[in-house]
Design a protein around this ligand. Structure first.
Ligand SMILES: [Ca+2]
Ligand SMILES: [Ca+2]
Ligand SMILES: [Ca+2]
Length: 292
């Protein structure tokens, strides 16, 4: 997390206002948890101390299964944005122009440039359309008014792969298609099949959304946002260390146990460095269908 790390006092002020409204609207239920958050905020817990994300648990319902198992998080220190719990506690988007703070920040290189999550022994099963969503904390930084479309995102791309044995992985052949590939672009349309690209408003408590909206990346037109992946995508199984034809077929037929997230600048060193430092901040991963 670099540029999008909002000054702590500002974050606290916004959250205090939000939580105050939340407390007033909810009545009795939930006030204890909110008060705990408020107390922690006022005592000064930002990055550097216990993360605020420790106050939240994954929220699961039909077709929304949080990757709540941290298999490998070598950058974890348990403190602030280096607390890997924040990547497995559910998803908490803010709005189109603010990145989530419920996140775990990967290292830019070395062993800490890796996060592997699972679903506690259950497999993510293939189904129709998108099979799972990845949430980093990108946010829009500009609107092109003449077309009323969104063209600039503060983004930190991630290479996504899945597997069953923590040794062999299959991915989606991520492509960077800027006209000048040696120059970084914050136009999300030139980043294909990466995670960390699409802003999201989906929030498990304050904006739970319908299942169809959650698995809709089009955050400008009613979707929850985030980056979706489909095992049936024709690009799946064309990249990944150890991705044989038989592994690809197995993953597409029987699903997968683990998801591996690596900063794009680490996995693909020829890519240009993003405007920040390119170290992704992982909010969470959810899957649509899970084995019994
Ligand atoms: Ca699918
Ligand atoms: Ca980020
Ligand atoms: Ca989270």
């Amino acid at each position: 997390m670099a540029k999008n790390k909002i000054p702590y006092f500002l974050t606290a002020a916004v959250l205090v206002i939000g939580l105050t409204i939340s407390c007033q609207s909810k009545g009795g239920s939930g006030n204890e948890a909110s008060v705990a958050v408020l107390t922690q905020l006022l005592q000064g817990s930002g990055s550097g101390t216990t993360s605020n994300c420790r106050n939240f648990l994954p929220q699961e319902s039909g077709n929304i299964y949080v990757a709540d198992q941290i298999v490998s998080a070598p950058a974890n220190s348990g403190i602030g944005f280096k607390d890997s719990y924040c990547s497995a506690n559910g998803v908490r988007g803010l709005d189109l122009f603010d990145g989530s703070l419920d996140v775990y920040t990967l290292d830019p290189s070395g062993i800490g440039a890796l996060l592997i999550l699972g679903w506690s022994g259950k497999k993510v099963l293939p189904g129709a359309g998108i099979d799972f969503m990845v949430y980093e904390n990108p946010f829009f930084i500009g609107v092109q008014n003449n077309t009323n479309s969104f063209h600039s995102v503060y983004l930190e791309p991630i290479v996504v792969e899945v597997g069953n044995d923590l040794a062999n992985w299959c991915g989606w052949n991520p492509m960077y298609a800027n006209s000048n590939p040696s120059v970084f672009s914050n136009d999300p349309s030139v980043w294909t099949r990466f995670a960390g690209i699409t802003p999201f408003v989906y929030n498990q408590e304050s904006n739970p959304m319908t299942v169809s909206a959650v698995y809709n990346s089009d955050v400008v037109h009613g979707g929850g946002g985030g980056d979706g992946f489909d095992l049936a995508d024709t690009n799946f199984g064309t990249t990944g260390s150890g991705c044989t034809g038989s592994l690809k077929t197995d993953l597409q037929t029987n699903g997968f146990l683990y998801i591996k997230l690596v900063p794009a600048i680490t996995a693909l060193p020829s890519l240009p460095i993003p405007a920040g430092n390119g170290t992704p901040d992982i909010d969470g991963v959810i899957a649509k269908n899970l084995s019994p």
